[in-house]
Design a protein around this ligand. Structure first.
Ligand SMILES: *Cc1c(COP(=O)(O)O)cnc(C)c1O
Length: 393
């Protein structure tokens, strides 16, 4: 079975570049040049140097002993929460900022929902001294004030999107419009494995460092680079694609992706795309998305802002369809309980997003020697307000 992108930018039935004609030149330039640029020795040297000395990689692979005891398996956490800025998103923005520089771009734009991708983008723009413009829904700007402050502190301009529901989808539209008007000097950094080809492929390549390191660390720690299970949470799907990347062809490794069920899959307040989604076009690619019968995008809901997305990346849609990855769904409450459990058992407060993957452990049974790897995509500092309200701390 082929799980990779083909020469036309498709993963099976999904992917492609469904974009307005005015964006063709930008996307063509990126598509024609990115593979060549990232294969150059000077690109690789700088990417590796920044990952090591700025981001703090390799991130540890940690055998969580008390968690392992509780579930009766050997459970390893891939500690993306220890990266600079507290999540995996920086792996992608570091890659794309070096690429933008090599493409001769002077100005960076991005869209952000909860602000995590906006912060990761503002960070690398400050690092490189490049102009940074972040589009963010007016409603999200109000809900995520600390992240807006972080972006501003690092020199970014945050522009509110005031149309529609004033959230992520509207911010994305504004960013697209900006890129159409500034095709020569501007690079658009997309934050997950979504958007028109080549973005899903490019972002998964930059995130694939997660599974590349994990394989080496598994050899060191267990003598075998093939665990029994690999788990990750899915919003757009970038930490999961990075975590799965080098395991896709190891057919005996079971891959599990946890989506946010919100208040319940059938509650009308959910982001469980693999169950509720239908095939369609979202953000420039053919994929699975939550939509009404007449094709309107349904507003997603999850307690974790990072999983609150109405679709999944096209490669995930393909992996779901061909059943290489099992997609499961986890409610707000299950994820919150898993956050508390990890905090108490291991002294690690996870992002609520990552806790969706942890919560799946409750629903599985293991043989004692089985090896499980979970991507701990981010740390929970940003979620403290939510924890305080939920647990009345
Ligand atoms: C943004 C985010 C996610 C969801 O994005 P993916 O592209 O699906 O990885 C998950 N975890 C954390 C900590 C995030 O910040």
């Amino acid at each position: 079975m082929n799980y990779r992108v083909n020469e036309n930018g498709y993963y099976g039935d999904f992917g492609g570049a469904y974009i307005p004609e005015m964006l063709y030149p930008n996307i063509e330039q990126l598509k024609n040049e990115y593979l060549n640029i990232i294969a150059q020795p000077d690109f690789k040297a700088e990417y590796e140097d920044l990952l090591k000395n700025y981001v703090g990689r390799p991130s540890p692979l940690y055998l969580a002993k008390r968690l392992s005891e509780k579930y009766g398996a050997k459970i390893y956490l891939k500690r993306e929460d220890l990266n600079h800025t507290g999540a995996h998103k920086i792996n992608n923005t570091v890659g794309q900022i070096i690429l933008a520089e090599k493409l001769g771009k002077k100005r960076i734009i991005a869209e952000t929902g909860a602000g995590q991708h906006g912060v990761a983008t503002a960070t690398v723009c400050a690092l490189k001294g490049l102009e940074c413009v972040i589009y963010m829904g007016e409603v999200d700007i109000e809900r995520q004030a600390p992240n807006v402050a972080r972006m501003k502190m690092m020199g970014a301009t945050v522009i509110p999107a005031t149309s529609g529901s004033k959230t992520l989808k509207d911010a994305t539209n504004e960013a697209m419009r900006d890129w159409i008007n500034n095709p020569v000097d501007t690079h658009y950094i997309i934050g997950s494995v979504v958007g028109p080809h080549p973005y899903p492929e490019m972002v998964s390549l930059f995130q694939s460092i997660i599974s590349e390191e994990t394989k080496k660390q598994l050899i060191e720690q267990t003598g075998n680079d093939q665990p029994d299970y690999v788990l990750a949470c899915v919003g757009g799907g970038s930490n999961a694609m990075g975590m799965f990347y080098h395991f896709l062809d190891d057919e005996n490794v079971r891959l599990i992706a946890a989506e946010a069920a919100g208040l319940g899959v059938n509650s009308g307040h959910s982001a469980a795309t693999s169950v509720l989604g239908k095939e369609g076009v979202l953000h420039g690619s053919r994929t699975l998305l939550m939509q009404t019968d007449d094709g309107q995008v349904v507003e997603p809901y999850s307690i974790s802002a990072g999983l609150d997305y109405p679709g999944i990346g096209p490669q995930h849609a393909h992996l779901h369809k061909v059943k290489r990855v099992e997609y499961v769904n986890i409610t707000d409450n299950e994820a919150m309980q898993a956050s508390l459990l990890l905090s108490k058992l291991e002294g690690i407060i996870p992002a609520i997003e990552s806790a969706h993957a942890l919560a799946q452990l409750e629903k599985m049974t293991f043989k004692p020697d089985e090896v499980v790897v979970i991507c701990l995509s981010g740390r929970g500092d940003k979620d403290l307000d939510t924890f305080m309200k939920y647990f009345k701390l």
